[in-house]
Design a protein around this ligand. Structure first.
Ligand code: AMP
Length: 433
């Protein structure tokens, strides 16, 4: 299979060659011809599967074939969960469009920065508008853009859009779209709420399911290392030095931890920086640029900030704090092993988070051997009379709100840490299987 057989025009093929893509990834091979035929697409594709090009290339071709709109109209809308992902998608569109005979206007809009320049830029509309949902609605409320002539809608990382609580915003946006349009739906996972959104949105879609095949599945070695929480920073430092990791993305639970751990690593002579939602947009972009340019070796990030990051050649991801959910686990480790490269995902597991990690493993059918590193063997045990959890992923009693959200097909919202500290029986690293 080659790009030549997918029906793409010469200027787009030239851009693909420039990007050094030799063969289409499976999601590209399936989606590009379907989008060019005007079909809706329902794609379940892993992070790093090449899905951006799978929608961007055929959209550019479709738009190039039609007349430019005048006025405040957007012709294609790509909704993305975070600013970073939106910026990356916009960049991809610009790169793929560079040889098209008539220039196509791509704009990226997201919150956290002044709205005025975005309003100005939208004068005359946009061929491709990449947006986060909240800012898009603000712009619509300001009459800066109209979706009434939209031809193509893309929901990228739809599971994450819902995870982040954008359900109402999506409903408002979808209500503003013309009935006749093409819909492309991409998600790494399909929990019930995402499934339902896809069913409501799509008309007779071409279904593309890119399973975790060796050819496309991120080739990731997953490790679970037992360590007491207070020793994690030292262990991280040890692993970085011992393994000579050159570029490491480390997930922590809080904004404070990103700064705190980065500071400790810097004091130990390891170039590290933090990426979290309270940094200004400029600072976030700078942190990413420094990481990509290898000016910093370690990027400490929260889930939100790291969503959709595409750092080519990211060999190592460390879950310093475990993700809240099995879905987040997929997204996090998908940051490495992208586009066929191999990667390592390291999980720090403590007595307190052991049961939580077992549940994540269970959801993914994993059974990772527990490792201990010399000099960092855990000594902590947890006193508990709570039996090993068998139900919810978070290993804690569900709140009423969580039960309601579950009934609505949504993931629970609160309580990041598993409960394991009630007094009683001694905790002894139980296995669920
Ligand atoms: P995505 O899943 O869209 O975030 O893409 C992940 C990475 O794969 C990006 O760095 C793309 O530039 C790269 N990529 C996309 N398509 C191909 C391809 N056909 N061959 C090689 N790399 C690709």
């Amino acid at each position: 299979m080659s790009f030549l057989s997918l029906g793409l025009s010469e200027p787009l093929l030239r851009a693909v060659t420039e990007r050094k893509y030799s063969v289409p990834t499976p999601v590209q091979a399936a989606a590009i011809p379907a989008v060019l035929r005007g079909r809706d697409v329902w794609a379940s594709a892993q992070t790093g599967s090449g899905k951006t090009a799978a929608f961007a290339l055929p959209i550019l071709q479709l738009l190039a074939a039609g007349p430019r709109e005048r006025g405040r109209f957007a012709r294609a809308l790509i909704l993305a969960p975070t600013r970073e992902l939106a910026a990356q998608i916009g960049e991809s569109f610009r790169l793929y469009a560079r040889h098209l005979p008539s220039p196509s206007k791509t704009l990226v809009v997201y919150g956290g920065v002044s709205i005025n320049p975005q309003m100005m830029a939208l004068g005359g509309g946009a061929d491709v508008l990449v947006a986060t949902p909240g800012r898009l609605l603000d712009l619509i409320d300001h009459n800066a853009v109209s979706l009434s002539a939209l031809q193509v809608l893309v929901l990228d990382e739809a599971d994450r859009l819902l995870d982040l609580g954008f359900t109402d915003e999506l409903a408002r946006i979808i209500a503003l779209l013309p009935a006749r349009r093409q819909n492309l739906f991409f998600s790494a996972t399909f929990p019930p709420a995402v499934q339902q959104l896809a069913e409501n949105l799509l008309r007779d879609p071409v279904r593309i399911d890119v399973p975790a095949e060796p050819a496309t599945a991120p080739d990731i070695v997953q490790r679970a290392i037992e360590v007491d929480p207070p020793r994690r920073t030292q262990l991280l430092r040890h692993l970085i030095e011992e393994n000579q990791w050159t570029r490491v993305l480390v997930f922590v639970a809080t904004k404070y931890a990103t700064e705190h751990v980065a500071e400790k690593l810097r004091k130990a002579g390891i170039a590290a920086t933090a990426l979290h939602g309270e940094l200004s947009q400029g600072a976030r972009m700078q942190a990413l640029a420094d990481f990509k340019a290898s000016k910093v070796r370690v990027l400490l990030a929260t889930d939100l900030a790291a969503r959709g990051l595409d750092v080519v050649d990211l060999p190592v991801v460390v879950n310093f704090d475990l993700p809240r959910s099995a879905v987040d686990y997929t997204h996090r480790i998908g940051r490495t092993g992208r586009a066929g490269a191999s990667g390592v995902a390291v999980n720090f597991v403590s007595a307190g988070t052991h049961a939580h990690f077992l549940l994540i493993e269970k959801r993914h059918g994993l059974d990772l051997p527990r490792e201990q590193i010399g000099g960092f063997e855990p000594v902590e045990t947890v006193e508990t009379d709570v039996p090993p959890p068998t139900g919810g992923i978070k290993g804690r009693r569900k709140s009423k709100k969580d039960k309601l959200r579950e009934a609505a097909g949504q993931p629970p919202t609160s309580g990041a840490q598993p409960a394991a500290a009630a007094p009683g029986k001694k905790f002894s690293w139980p296995r669920l299987r």
